[in-house]
Design a binder for this molecule. Structure first.
Ligand SMILES: [Zn+2]
Length: 297
């Protein structure tokens, strides 16, 4: 079927505080109070936690620690779980500039003691590239040109031997691996690639449908889009009223289920080719990720 890059993927309002599901657009949401973790509040807004005491002279406020509050929202239609705060482009840049580099790590270790040591495990090259390749092999054609959207340095991008092009679009501003090229949004969306990768990205993005709408522009009928997001522990369990259990939000502002991911893709004009759950080891522990391969519908 002919692809249509002008598909309307944006019925969802781009709000500071989401009032509808960012995956399926439903406004049937359950809400519960939560906090934005101090490291993220500090990076995004410059808001550090503060202790309120009697010296503040506030007649109606109790003394104690004040953190940045937010809400946990759960979509009753697709089960997506998300933070109501949706960061602006400037705030996203403030959070992710120099991602996991010196300044980032120092501030995060201040708020989350032990992070610097844990980060040494996180920056190791992922060990599951062969599993990604096995998942995607049935759908890919040569010559294999790759756009890695949010690909950081490119060290985690699969198909080191097979790829003929690796372009990376990322807001972290890092140097990339030899043979890769950093591209602007305009460059990325004016070319066509056989494989577009959004790995470990859509859990961070305020409006994932915006990323998918842009990624479409880099695709044609022979292109495959590969998406990978964490399958968070709380989403794997059969938990009633999950919004009342998820009490804090960090960099991952979207927690997906297989159904919320499918809803996001289908409303964005994609046909799901395959969807799976992969067990990986990362930072010394085990984790599960959701994998999806899709093409233009
Ligand atoms: Zn939804």
């Amino acid at each position: 079927m002919a692809s249509n890059n002008d598909v309307n993927t944006a019925p969802i309002a781009r709000e500071r505080l989401a009032s509808a599901c960012v995956c399926c657009g439903s406004d049937d949401l359950a809400a519960s109070p939560a906090i934005l973790m101090p490291f993220v509040a500090h990076r995004a807004f410059g808001w550090a936690p503060v202790e309120i005491d009697e010296s503040w002279g506030l007649k109606t406020i109790q003394s104690g620690m004040a953190y940045s509050i937010c809400k946990t929202l759960r979509c009753r239609k697709c089960d997506h779980l998300f933070c109501d705060i949706r960061f602006s482009d400037a705030e996203m840049n403030a959070i992710y500039a120099g991602y996991r580099e010196e300044v980032y790590v120092a501030l995060r270790d201040h708020y989350e003691p032990g992070y610097a040591k844990r980060n040494e495990g996180l920056v190791e090259v992922v060990s599951y590239k062969p599993a990604i390749e096995a998942f995607l092999d049935p759908y890919l054609q040569d010559p294999l040109t790759i756009l890695d959207w949010g690909g950081d340095t490119g060290s985690n991008t699969p198909y080191e031997q097979r790829r003929t092009v690796l372009d990376i679009f990322d807001i972290s501003g890092k140097d990339v691996v030899p043979g890769a090229r950093v591209v602007t949004l305009e460059q990325a969306t004016s070319a066509k690639y056989r494989l577009v990768i959004c790995g470990q990205l859509l859990e961070h993005t305020p409006y994932p449908s915006d990323v998918l709408a842009a990624a479409r522009k880099a695709m044609d009928a022979e292109s495959v889009l590969y998406i990978e997001v964490p399958f968070e522990a709380i989403m794997q369990a059969d938990v009633a009223n999950r919004e009342t259990v998820k009490r804090h939000w960090h960099e991952h502002v979207n927690f997906y289920t297989p159904s919320s991911m499918r809803g996001l893709l289908e409303s964005g004009g994609f046909e799901v080719l395959d969807q799976g759950v992969l067990e990986i080891s990362i930072g010394g522990g085990n984790a599960r990720i959701l994998q999806v391969a899709c093409r233009l519908a």
